[in-house]
Ligand binder design. Structure first.
Ligand code: HPA
Length: 288
């Protein structure tokens, strides 16, 4: 059994890892003197990493050079913090996220979000690749996340509350920010991109869904399914960040097709569709 003292010690260790990581990033970026609450935080999902090629990259920091950062489970999959500018704004981007299915616990999955929150960032744009459940969705569609369902995953706020970040019981009435959603819609329409909208449901993975599971998730009101995002968004909201989320629909409704999903296809579709999403994200940043 974990005693109260052990739980408190774990929290102290976790907070000290967050502080160490934040201090390292702060010192690496000190020459740019960022106004932290204006820096936009972006998590680049599968296949979307090339956004970094369309902005002015100022600094890249390998996760392995940041104390306290979780270690990658797959050799050669080095994650990076990328500091960049675009349209007169600074952005802090994460290329490479920690997934629950890899074996990380939720404190590690959401560690980078805590670090970024403790640096003082206030705006979070999250992206992912997801399976389409809504029958009107097509491969390569971009879905604006209106709301989410996270009940199939452990909650990252479980355990002693980190009072310095936010409250014990977090209101989740309005997770995705109306103003950012409006900017995203305007940006998409200026670019002539048909933006879908819907509810994202997160599942633990790593298996893709069975036909029966797809039917279940659709019945529950979900439009897209993926293996990330919700834990990061919960922690971002806990820290009071405003959140905008997008899914690239990389496969659709395997229950009505006679073929399943492959990881290679997911990455290929995400790569192809990512240009559209990158365009929207860049325009949102310009208009912030
Ligand atoms: N299911 C779950 N996660 C995913 C999928 C899917 O179909 N596609 C991309 N990520």
């Amino acid at each position: 059994m974990k005693t109260a003292e052990l739980l408190r010690q774990e929290v102290r260790d976790y907070l000290s890892r967050i502080r160490d990581a934040a201090a390292k990033i702060r010192s690496e970026l000190s020459e740019y003197n960022p106004t932290w609450d204006k820096v936009i935080f972006i998590v680049l999902g599968s296949g979307l990493g090339s956004l970094a090629e369309r902005v002015n990259v100022l600094k890249m920091i390998n996760y392995s050079d940041i104390p306290g950062f979780p270690r990658p489970t797959v050799e050669g999959h080095e994650g990076k913090v990328i500091f960049a500018s675009h349209g007169g704004k600074h952005m802090l981007m994460l290329k490479g996220r920690f997934h629950y299915y890899e074996g990380y616990d939720m404190l590690d999955v959401t560690f980078p979000v805590r670090v970024v929150a403790s640096l003082g960032l206030k705006t979070f744009i999250v992206t992912n690749a997801a399976g389409g459940l809504n029958p009107s969705f097509e491969l390569g569609d971009i879905m604006l996340i209106r709301d989410h369902i996270g009940l199939f995953m452990p909650n990252p706020l479980r355990g002693p509350n980190l009072d310095e970040f936010g409250p014990r019981f977090l209101d989740m009435h309005k997770v995705y920010d109306d103003h950012l959603i409006k900017l995203a819609k305007e940006s998409a329409s200026e670019l002539g991109v048909a933006l879908k909208e819907g509810v994202y449901v997160s599942v633990p993975g790593p298996t893709y869904e069975t036909p029966a599971e797809i039917k279940l998730l659709r019945t529950l009101g979900a439009d897209a399914v993926g293996m990330s995002t919700v834990p990061e968004v919960i922690v971002a909201r806990h820290s009071g960040m405003r959140v905008l989320g997008f899914s690239v629909i990389t496969d659709v409704a395997t229950e009505v097709l006679d073929k399943g999903v492959s990881h290679e296809e997911v990455l290929e579709i995400a790569n192809r569709a990512s240009e559209k999403l990158q365009g929207i994200v860049l325009k949102v940043i310009e208009s912030l």
